[in-house]
Design a protein around this ligand. Structure first.
Ligand SMILES: *[C@@H]1O[C@H](CO)[C@@H](O)[C@H](O)[C@H]1NC(C)=O
Ligand SMILES: *[C@@H]1O[C@H](CO)[C@@H](O)[C@H](O)[C@H]1NC(C)=O
Ligand SMILES: *[C@@H]1O[C@H](CO)[C@@H](O)[C@H](O)[C@H]1NC(C)=O
Length: 391
């Protein structure tokens, strides 16, 4: 179904909770104890050491149970099956415009979006100002004009296509762990990655090339690992202040203190990508994913803002890929929500429980729609987490 950072703020909370307890409280206790009981120092040190060792053992024990319940590495036969399927997908002849044509057949009432990215010379149509972010540009016209003026016109988009493009959208699901798909994923023409899905330590499972990294400010990598010279960064704008952040990233300036207050998680202060490789996702892609593909209700204005169901970045990436690619495969998509203790991502220990608490996204609806696309053959699911056509 979906991918990585759809856990949103909940994920952030979980990450914070799973950090080891800070040392401060222990020291504070130690001071009061020391002051209260004037015992010989050596006894007190011994006492402290025993406490620290017990805490250490407890942490090890917890980590161990976590491993037993959570991490399930793919076994040999499963790995073989997946590898054979991916090889068969790569061996097929690439069919030009295949994914887009099929999606248009599946969703006949949906009008194709004119351009996937916003540029200086983009036609900002009336339709684009109908809804606020992330579905449109309502009320932020000056901001958008300002930012489009500073980004150079992309040359790669204008020069058109270089042959038939076979793409893989790499989701951040734990299903990728131990599958050792890296070398096969690297063979796709275009590799889309989401948010901070890392490549360095995990290249055996997820490959190391990145053609597009698509992310919103809070989800962007704090430590940048991509070294692919082709990489383009696709900025996904969910709220008005995201444009201030992007402006700072493009101009190499600091994100202001006031702007920082509006982010629910720390945002990177620097994105090491050339100005000419930064793209702004057209909000029409998100609107189309939500209203046309997922059939979410139209956003409604309420007293305190807008009431809307927002697609995950994974679903949005699949729709974007239909404009950038000829054929689309998914890897690392799909969560098994009935395995509550199992990990959510291939790179951390956040568990499925975090996903179950998520209310902003409609994960079940997304799974159903992706399943339909896969069953119809419009998109291939390489790891079989949404719909397994090779199991
Ligand atoms: C914008 O619209 C005009 C007229 O409809 C067209 O000539 C032009 O190519 C469009 N620009 C882009 C970037 O699509
Ligand atoms: C990926 O790894 C291969 C093999 O280690 C290496 O030759 C290649 O340069 C790497 N590519 C990127 C973009 O990191
Ligand atoms: C999800 O996990 C449950 C419990 O382990 C299992 O019975 C079920 O088959 C899994 N579903 C899928 C689609 O893998």
């Amino acid at each position: 179904m979906t991918t990585g950072q759809l856990i949103g703020p909940i994920g952030a909370i979980f990450i914070h909770r799973s950090r080891p307890a800070p040392m401060k409280p222990i020291n504070k206790n130690a001071c009061t104890l020391n002051a209260a009981i004037r015992y010989p120092t050596i006894l007190f040190v011994l006492f402290l050491v025993i406490i620290l060792i017990s805490i250490g053992l407890l942490i090890l024990l917890l980590a161990d149970t976590n491993q037993k319940h959570g991490v399930k590495f793919a076994d040999h036969s499963q790995r073989q099956r997946v590898h054979n399927y991916v090889r068969s997908v790569l061996a097929r002849e690439c069919r030009p415009s295949f994914a887009r044509k099929n999606i248009e057949m599946m969703f006949p009432s949906s009008t194709p979006v004119a351009e996937p990215f916003l540029q200086k010379n983009s036609n900002l149509t009336e339709q684009m100002f109908r809804y606020p972010l992330p579905f449109g540009l309502l009320d932020i016209q000056p901001k958008i004009k300002n930012i489009l003026n500073i980004i150079p016109i992309s040359s790669s988009e204008k020069t058109g296509r270089h042959g038939c493009r076979r793409c893989v959208v790499v989701g951040n699901g734990a299903i990728l762990r131990g599958l050792e798909l890296g070398p096969l994923l690297n063979q796709f023409n275009v590799i889309l990655r989401l948010n901070s899905g890392p490549v360095k330590e995990f290249s055996r499972d997820v490959g190391n090339r990145t053609t597009f990294r698509m992310s919103y400010p809070e989800g962007s990598p704090k430590i940048w690992e991509d070294v692919d010279p082709q990489l383009q960064f696709v900025a996904v704008m969910y709220k008005s202040v995201d444009f201030n952040w992007l402006h700072a990233m493009i101009t190499g300036t600091k994100v202001s203190f006031w702007d920082k207050l509006f982010f629910w998680q720390k945002v990177p202060g620097h994105i090491p990508v050339a100005q000419s490789k930064i793209r702004i996702l057209n909000p029409e892609i998100i609107r189309q994913s939500a209203l046309d593909l997922l059939d979410f209700p139209k956003p409604k204005q309420r007293l305190w803002g807008w009431d809307q169901n927002i697609p995950t970045i994974g679903m949005t990436a699949v729709n974007l890929a239909t404009y950038l690619c000829d054929e689309i495969s998914l890897a690392g998509f799909g969560y098994n929500l009935s395995q509550k203790d199992s990990p959510l991502h291939y790179y951390d220990t956040v568990s499925m429980t975090a996903m179950l608490k998520e209310t902003m996204h409609n994960v079940m609806r997304e799974k159903t729609v992706l399943q339909r696309m896969i069953e119809a053959g419009s998109v291939s699911d390489l790891t079989g987490g949404v719909h397994c056509s090779f199991c």
